[in-house]
Design a protein around this ligand. Structure first.
Ligand code: IMP
Length: 429
């Protein structure tokens, strides 16, 4: 039995979809524990590329049960779209998917608040995905959220009225935006009642039965550790805990159930949205650098959910070290190594300097982090093609050296190395 947590350990978009898809055939259950439609995991169904926002990447496999845990936030419109797309592709989702009855619902006013707040912040905006994630998690913590299980509650109508009084005051009086109608909220709730409630279940119970039966469970993270609301670059973060510990609270399992924590990261770094990024080289706002541009173009660095161009930069070992510590990472999966092919030299950030002082860990304050100057180790690049390699011994010496330094500096062994987008483009170490 192997119970594995697979999480992103940079700022999201590390290529988790592919790694989870590779691990899935060995699994009996794949479970999502946080986030919602801000995530976008790209999968290929037949010859069609699809992006899943809520549904675990295991859904395409016949013998895998997919679970959406209580720690996630669910948008009825988007989740139903995903269900319909899978049903149209012949996937029996009703057999393969269960959603925790404790899931919070993202309602039209959450999306309206997300958008209006970003507009109000102007230059200081977080650069959210606009999917209503933050306002939905706020309502959860404020204990006014509406969960799947609440859809048939006697007091539902009164709670909608009370929530609308509050959010419409915020939207209209405070943010100068338009009010949200009750009809729009009721439409979302009716859709959830009709299509999602039949899939609702006691997810912790299902998980425990599977664990008792010795089944293999994969806990699939979304976003990345640097976007964690506690451990990331606050306030430029998402509104959930994205770290490995969140898998437990977000699904209702105990720590003794977990055997491995796989930390997934790119061989370089990317970020979408605002916030500090010490090793940044290149972005769509005018920061120019040939190596950063090479990563953006060769790596096709555009957000899977929003299509926004990603910011790119060198591998930040300080970030990954931090992630190894806070997640208890037992091994690394490094993706997109092939994107570095053709660069004359490759840099690794091994520390920061802040106002002349050397730091070995990440400052908690975003402003301080934005003032940090990376301390680089420069390694030789390689001209050989690593695209699609499946044998680590065939890697150029310079690429082997980079991996060795990543392991040494980050303090975790590389277990998987992805060398291209296809399933077969992988080395197991
Ligand atoms: P939110 O999760 O939509 O509130 O966005 C908050 C921050 O997290 C923004 O910087 C987003 O760009 C970032 N973010 C959220 N989800 C993802 C993701 O799946 N990949 C990469 N960045 C994300």
């Amino acid at each position: 039995m192997t119970n594995t947590i697979a999480i992103g350990i940079q700022w999201g978009d590390e290529g988790k979809g592919k790694i989870v898809d590779l691990l899935a055939p060995k699994m009996d259950v794949v479970a999502r524990f946080q986030g919602g439609p801000n995530a976008g995991h790209t999968l290929v169904i037949g010859d069609q590329k699809t992006v899943l926002n809520h549904i675990p990447s295991g859904i395409l496999h016949a013998n895998i049960l997919s679970l959406i845990g209580n720690g996630t936030v669910v948008d009825p419109f988007r989740l139903v779209e995903e269900l319909d797309m899978l049903i149209a592709a012949g996937i029996p989702v009703a057999e393969r998917l269960r959603i925790s009855d404790r899931c919070q619902l993202i309602l039209p006013y959450h999306r309206a608040l997300d958008a209006a707040r970003e507009v109000a912040k102007g230059e200081a905006k977080i650069g959210t995905t606009g999917r209503g994630i933050g306002p939905c998690y706020e309502d959860k913590t404020a204990r006014r959220g509406i969960r799947l299980v609440d859809l048939n509650a006697d007091d539902l109508d009164a709670r909608i009225d009370e929530n609308l009084r509050y959010v419409n005051f915020m939207l209209v009086e405070f943010l100068g935006a338009e009010a949200v109608s009750k009809a729009a909220v009721v439409e979302a709730l009716d859709l959830a009642r009709e299509r999602l409630l039949p899939l609702a279940a006691d997810v912790p119970l299902i998980l425990h039965e599977n664990i008792k039966a010795g089944k293999n469970i994969l806990y699939e993270g979304a976003q990345g550790s640097m976007l964690d609301v506690d451990h990331g670059t606050y306030p430029f973060v998402t509104s959930s805990n994205t770290v490995a510990g969140a898998a437990l609270a977000g699904l209702g399992v105990g720590p003794e159930q977990v055997d491995e924590v796989l930390g997934i990261c790119k061989a370089y770094t990317t970020r979408v949205g605002s916030g500090p990024f010490p090793t940044e080289l290149y972005n769509a706002d005018g920061m120019e650098d040939a190596s950063g541009q090479h990563m953006a173009e060769k790596g096709q660095e555009f957000g899977a959910t929003t299509g926004r161009p990603r910011r790119t930069g060198w591998f930040d070992a300080v970030v990954v070290q931090h992630a190894v510590r806070i997640n208890g990472v037992t091994g690394l999966a490094i993706t997109k190594l092939d994107v570095l092919d053709g660069l004359e030299e490759v840099k690794l950030c091994v520390g920061y300097e802040h106002h002349g002082r050397r730091l070995q860990s990440i400052p908690a304050c975003a402003k301080a982090l934005s003032e940090c100057v990376p301390v680089y180790e420069t390694l030789a690049g390689w001209s050989e093609n690593t695209f699609g390699l499946t044998d680590v011994n065939k890697l150029p010496e310079a690429a082997k050296k980079l991996l060795q330094r990543i392991e040494e500096v980050c303090g975790s062994p590389v277990k998987m190395l992805s060398t291209g987008p296809d399933r077969d483009h992988i080395c197991h170490l």
